[in-house]
Design a protein around this ligand. Structure first.
Ligand code: AGP
Length: 612
């Protein structure tokens, strides 16, 4: 969602703080703005030319007569209320031009607050929900309240999940921040202090980061109303294992391509950290007594988007390896289902960022219902990791591209390891079987490397499909979630209409959509449904649709049916989703690249979704 950066200190180097804002570009945004206090003056600059906004702001900054300041606020906006116009771009000011605010999240009661403020004579310049914060704070300060108390009182009136950072022209050495559920980190380093919504903004600026406590106004700088440094000293620093170098493009044209190529290492680092050299389980971060896990009678997996799709694969893994019934749902739906949970239910929340609001809030409700919970996340210290009883980290390194690739594979790896562990605890797998399964999973790294290296061969084979506009992805059993992920990638990167179906469902309706303009991408595993899948391919063929089949080396059965066969190495059917998804990620990325789209910043999307 929106990205926030704030810095305060004498002689701030504005270019390096702006660089911190740039590091949040990957979260996705449509417009961006900064507010700077220098020599007691408050300057605001905004740009709303989509992904070029950052370049416009950089040009503005380098054209100024000053290069240092006392305060800088920066914001990348992913619109929730109001179009991506200049007027709606943050920072927003109050009527007097003293208060500048940036905001991430949604103020659910902003309509009442706005009407009330308008009645008292405040003039609004934007359609955003955020602007009410500046006007409410203006009133508090006019009433003589100290800034931190005033912001605290304003915050109490705001309904919803959000984070806010405020700069005041009349207090040029101070920055205020407050949050509820939405992420906001703080840091201090060499007489400078920072707020940011996301750690990458800080990586080059500070070494230790702290999470701003919920509902507490933190004052940074030489604030008269509080000492943020002293508060931060009482908090546990977050351990961030990434360095600024980790987020640098390594000769690739896009993060998407780079991260797709990093998948084998991301997968290896994840699964190898969860086993000993002798293939025994390492589960020290689970923090749930094995005795309690043995009692589990139902598993629920929740997540959004790509993480949800990993959860769907996880269902097959847990049911097969541990023989525990599994439910999977999208977090935004599960929360409102009035679910039936008890202490014998294990809920697994999956989130790359660990900050998806819907996954966090759904997991919190599961905890309130007495269920045991585990987070699978890529971000150490993220909210999801702290909300859950236990955590399994994916160790994929920073994922910058909005469209996930390597973290998806790492999530499936972590789910596989958890499924084996549960199977062992439940007595479904004998110790030697669980060791064999872990070894198998680790060995998938080699097959993943081979698969990722085949991309150039696939490009030449896919030229005929570049201008097609309708894609259907089909699979069966644990390859159906892979089809769903392929369709999602195609939509988010190439903006091509793409739908996914269990192959057996085609004949129950969707087959009516097939004609010679449609392309069907079919996942043909070497599994017990192989021959049934071939019958489904015949049905497609008979309707004249173009057919791309992903099949394993040596399986010649689709050769006469398919227009194109993309090959992956053979593996145990249980782990085949790890390989099958790679050509689909590559297909979507390549289509987008050829069509001239920015692979890292798909339109309308945000990397971290912190609103409901
Ligand atoms: C994946 O390509 C998308 N960017 C999106 O579906 C994403 O997986 C979803 O928003 C969930 O994010 P999370 O894993 O950080 O919770």
């Amino acid at each position: 969602m929106c990205g926030i950066v704030g810095a305060v200190g004498a002689e701030l180097d504005l270019a390096s703080i702006f660089d911190g804002l740039r590091r949040l570009e990957y979260r996705g945004y449509d417009s961006a703005g900064v507010a700077i206090i220098h020599n007691g003056e408050l300057e605001v600059a905004k740009a709303s030319v989509a992904r070029e906004s950052m370049d416009v702001l950089a040009d503005w900054l380098s054209a100024q007569s000053f290069s240092t300041g006392q305060v800088m606020l920066g914001h990348t906006r992913w619109p929730t209320h109001g179009a991506p116009t200049l007027a709606n771009t943050h920072p927003h000011l109050d009527c007097t031009g003293d208060v500048a605010i940036v905001h991430n999240g949604i103020i659910e009661n902003f309509r009442e607050l706005r009407a009330e403020l308008q009645e008292r004579g405040h003039a609004f310049r934007s359609d955003t929900d955020s602007e009410v914060i500046a006007h409410l704070l203006e009133e508090s300060l006019r009433g003589g309240e100290r800034p931190a108390d005033g912001l605290g009182r304003v915050f109490e009136r705001l309904v919803g999940h959000m984070s806010i950072v405020v700069a005041l022209r009349s207090y040029p050495g101070m920055l205020l921040g407050v949050r509820r559920t939405s992420p906001l980190l703080a840091a201090t380093h060499a007489h400078q202090s920072f707020f940011a919504s996301d750690a990458p903004a800080f990586l080059a600026l500070a070494e230790q980061f702290y999470e701003v406590p919920e509902d507490v106004v933190v004052v940074l700088g030489d604030g008269v109303a509080g000492d943020g440094g002293a508060l931060l000293a009482t908090l546990e620093p977050l351990s961030i294992e990434w360095s600024s170098q980790d987020a640098v493009l390594d000769g690739f044209a896009s993060y998407y391509e780079m991260e797709l190529h990093q998948s084998p290492e991301a997968f290896y680092d994840t699964v190898s950290a969860l086993m000993t050299l002798d293939h025994e389980a390492v589960v020290d971060q689970l923090s749930i007594d094995p005795y309690e896990l043995r009692r589990i009678r139902k598993v629920v997996i929740i997540g959004c988007g790509t993480s949800y799709h990993a959860g769907l694969v996880g269902r097959y893994l847990v049911e097969h390896l541990a023989r525990i019934p599994v439910e999977v749902d999208v977090a935004s739906e599960y929360r409102y289902r009035d679910p039936i949970l008890d202490a014998d239910t294990l809920v697994i929340g999956i989130s790359q960022s660990g900050e998806s609001l819907e996954t966090i809030t759904a997991l919190r409700e599961c905890i309130a219902s007495g269920a045991r919970t585990i987070a699978i996340t890529n971000v150490i210290g993220s909210q999801l990791s702290r909300v859950a009883d236990g955590v399994l980290y994916t160790r994929a390194g920073p994922e910058i591209s909005v469209a996930s690739t390597k973290t998806h594979l790492a999530q499936i790896g972590a789910l596989g390891m958890l499924a084996i562990y549960l199977g062992e605890l439940k007595g479904v797998l004998y110790p030697d079987e669980s060791k064999r399964r872990r070894r198998e999973l680790l060995e998938m790294t080699r097959l993943l490397r081979i698969t990722v290296q085949r991309q150039d061969d696939w490009h030449a084979m896919l030229a005929d499909y570049l201008h097609r506009e309708r894609f259907f992805f089909i699979g069966r059993n644990l390859l159906y979630p892979v089809a769903m992920e392929g369709a999602l990638k195609m939509k988010e990167l190439s903006y091509i209409a793409a739908e996914a179906y269990p192959a057996g469902e085609l004949k129950h309706g969707p087959i009516a959509m097939l004609d010679d303009q449609a392309v069907v991408v079919a996942l043909l595993g070497k599994d017990r449904l192989h021959d049934k899948m071939l019958s489904n391919l015949e049905e497609v063929r008979a309707r004249g649709a173009k057919l791309i089949v992903v099949a394993v080396d040596g399986d010649t059965s689709p050769d006469d049916l398919a227009d194109t066969v993309l090959r992956i190495p053979p593996s145990d059917a249980l782990w085949s989703p790890l390989l099958m998804v790679v050509p689909l990620q590559e297909l979507a990325g390549w289509m987008a690249q050829v069509r001239g789209y920015d692979l890292d910043k798909p339109r309308n999307l945000a990397k971290t979704v912190t609103v409901e």
